[in-house]
Design a protein around this ligand. Structure first.
Ligand code: ADP
Ligand code: MG
Length: 697
């Protein structure tokens, strides 16, 4: 990879068939047609599609591509692709390179093995992919990748892109209505903007490959606490070591070629943990790019003899990895709707959007929590390193003071005195610099955007952003309905803001989210606290949430059901795979190793005793070893037995996995970890936490 600094401008986006390239390579009328299709969703006619396909193919072949694929995001949360070569027979044993508009616009992958959550019987296995002309095609591994939506024969969305696009349209439509009320006649579209910060671990590949748990589950299922963890806090923002620096440089180069605006890189809290933050873009591109980023992170690591772990909690007792989802709304004229204004009118508009957000988060807190509910994230949320499982909003002291002054109808410094005739001119001024930091809040206002900190590192950001967009669309719709009828807009806005802030004040919390007392306080406020995925996931099928999605045509009822089913199945599959991996490692690695080691201790003990020599160490360790290996054996047998009894009904299985299998696994682990601390390094069958965490070199 060529990543000399001087080449960056040309390098950036060089593997993306982006707007600039289209402008250069398409006829003006074709380019115009494409633009039209992007702005108002009109389908491309076949001759336009043919011209774009031809230009794309030529461009891709010049860049060394031999294949093309529709690139889509099935409900597994990762991406899928099926490659076809451009080759077509041209008679007389010759070939030509072919790629038609039809192939660009529509595909029919055999979809029977993708999860459908019951949306599609296997006999109608066909799924359709259709080009999303708002996402640019790109080249990866010599294949032209065409970002597509993926749906079933009957038109149900089978992917994570379709509902995201729908939610972006929904929020745009309602936000534009509000802007019109404030006299904005130029904005035609409001864009959900997202920047996803990505945390990850790097491990030495040789060590990784000696651990079945890492290979099978992405996390360690065993491991005693190392003598040194993250106590020294010397890793966070510390100097980046050469091997990691080389990795990061290579990663940046690859991402830049694919048009990903990778901007910031630094070491994170835990040893071997790092972060990459891109510059934000529209939610659809951000979601595509985050998927690409995760894939490239893994691929580049491999070239450096490293493995990139994206699991939320690879190591117990060590900081896990999250993915901060920075979200805001911007107009197509370049204004950020969450940026406080300077005039009372701009302020009123800002406060109206802020109020809609606060109301939305309060009303759909359960749904937001459900979007981040995965078995991996259960190890993070509420564990004093990530936000608690309670959803709340951090506004910072300045903005909270503004909110309180509105609720209490008190005058803020700088505001006009309030009168009976309240109107936007009495809105308090908003401090411009809202850059307070509170790392313990799940949803922090950071000046001109909200940072949703609950998503785990491996999650597709599609889910959380669908809910953020849709709840916002919903609240803005209700506000617009009310305000459009008002005789006095200023008064109506002022009244509405005050009413809704008063009703939803409980969701605002500026204190320490890690504090035990907050959980109590949250309960008093009536906020929900779903501490595990098992408790959180049913929000998907809560009537209120289904209505939200169906009212705004984001999901049909069947589509929501399907997603719920897939999350439940994924939970069960994950726990069962972890349990089976655990049993395998106990039976085939840990017990044989500790048994042999225990036998050698017993022999030493017997011999020393017979010679009349001291034998404290041998006796103590032999006893501990024998006792603990018995306990481990029994615990493992119980886990095996319980695993055979997982109920067939998925929701019952989920409860059972959580209530029975997870505690069984914890029990097994506690004996194994204890055994590790009393076994000679040379006798332990796989690399330990110290080996792994300080391995990146
Ligand atoms: P912080 O220090 O709060 O994490 P950064 O400026 O580093 O702030 O931003 C973090 C992420 O938020 C980056 O991906 C950045 O591009 C993104 N971001 C910045 N402004 C916005 C915005 N208005 N909307 C969405 N994301 C944004
Ligand atoms: Mg951040």
């Amino acid at each position: 990879m060529n990543s000399e600094p001087g080449k960056f401008p040309e390098l950036f986006g060089s593997m993306v068939f982006n707007e600039e390239t289209m402008k250069k390579r398409l006829s003006p009328s074709c380019y115009k047609q494409w633009k039209q299709s992007v702005s108002d969703g009109t389908p491309l006619d076949i001759s336009t599609a043919n011209e774009i396909a031809e230009a794309m193919k030529q461009w891709a072949v010049e860049k060394g591509a031999t294949h093309y694929t529709h690139w889509f995001q099935p409900m597994t949360g990762v991406t899928a692709e099926k490659h076809d070569s451009f080759i077509a027979p041209a008679g007389k044993g010759r070939i030509e390179l072919e790629f038609s508009g039809k192939e660009l616009v529509r595909g029919e992958p055999d979809a029977s093995s993708f999860p459908s959550g019951g949306l599609r019987a296997t006999f109608e296995a066909r799924g359709y992919t259709a080009w999303d002309p708002t996402s640019f095609a790109f080249i990866k591994e010599k294949s032209l990748c065409i970002p597509t939506i993926f749906c079933s024969y009957s038109g149900h969305a089978l992917d994570k892109k379709t509902p995201l696009l729908r939610s972006m349209d929904a929020v745009s439509k309602q936000a534009v209505r509000i802007l019109r009320l404030f006299g904005d006649t130029t904005t035609t579209r409001v864009i959900a903007q997202v920047g996803a910060e990505q945390e990850y671990f790097l491990l030495d590949k040789k060590l990784y490959s000696q651990r079945e748990d890492l290979i099978m589950t992405g996390r360690t299922l065993f491991g005693a606490k190392p003598p040194r963890g993250q106590e020294l806090e010397d890793h966070y923002f510390g100097a980046i070591r050469p091997r990691v620096a080389a990795y990061m440089q290579d990663l940046d180069g690859e991402l830049w070629k694919l048009g990903v605006l990778s901007k910031t890189k630094h070491n994170e809290v835990a040893p071997s943990q790092h972060e990459m933050a891109p510059i934000y873009s529209d939610a659809n591109a951000a979601c595509d790019q985050n998927q690409i980023t995760m894939e490239i992170m893994k691929k580049v690591a491999d070239r450096h003899g490293l493995v990139c772990l994206l699991h939320e909690k690879p190591f117990a007792g060590v900081n896990g990895s999250g993915k901060h989802d920075n979200w805001s709304l911007g107009t197509d004229t370049g204004k950020n709707l969450f940026k406080p204004g300077s005039t009372p009118r701009q302020n009123a508009q800002f406060l109206l959007f802020l109020t809609a957000f606060i109301k939305g988060v309060d009303e759909y807190q359960d749904m937001l929590r459900a979007t981040v509910a995965t078995p991996g994230n259960d190890h993070r949320l509420g564990a004093q390193e990530a936000p608690p499982a309670v959803v709340s909003i951090f506004l910072g002291s300045d903005l909270s003071a503004v909110v309180d002054s509105i609720i209490n109808d008190t005058t803020m410094k700088g505001a006009k005195k309030r009168s009976i005739n309240i109107g936007v001119d009495v809105m308090p001024p908003i401090p411009q610099d809202n850059t307070d930091r509170n790392r313990t809040s799940p949803m922090a206002f950071t000046g001109n955007k909200f940072e949703f900190r609950m998503p785990g590192s491996s999650l597709s950001i599609s889910g959380p952003n669908i809910v953020l967009n849709t709840m916002m669309a919903h609240e803005l719709m209700l506000f617009a309905d009310e305000l459009e009828k008002a005789d006095n807009m200023d008064e109506a806005v002022s009244h509405l803001i005050r009413r809704e802030l008063t009703a939803h004040r409980r969701i605002i919390f500026d204190g320490n989210g890690y504090d035990e007392s907050w959980i109590e306080e949250a309960k008093r406020r009536g906020l929900s606290n779903f501490s595990t995925a098992v408790d959180a996931l049913p929000a998907y099928i809560d009537e209120k949430n289904i209505r939200l999605f169906t009212d705004h045509a984001i999901y049909t009822r069947e589509e929501v059901d399907a997603r719920y089913n897939i999350h439940v199945e994924n939970y069960n599959a994950t726990i069962e795979i972890e349990a089976r991996t655990m049993i395998d490692m106990i039976r085939k690695e840990i017990l044989p190793a500790v048994s042999a080691y225990g036998t050698s201790l017993c022999k030493g003990f017997k011999k020393r005793k017979s010679l009349g020599l001291p034998y404290k160490y041998e006796e103590h360790n032999a006893r501990g070893n024998c006792m603990l290996s018995d306990c481990l054996h029994d615990a493992c047998a119980k886990l095996e037995k319980d695993l055979r009894e997982v109920p067939a009904q998925p929701e019952e299985a989920m409860r059972y996995c959580h209530d029975v299998i997870v505690p069984d696994m914890n029990e097994c682990r506690s004996y194994a970890d204890e055994l590790e601390t009393m076994t000679a390094r040379s006798a332990w069958p796989f690399p330990t936490y110290s080996d792994l965490l300080f391995s990146e070199g």
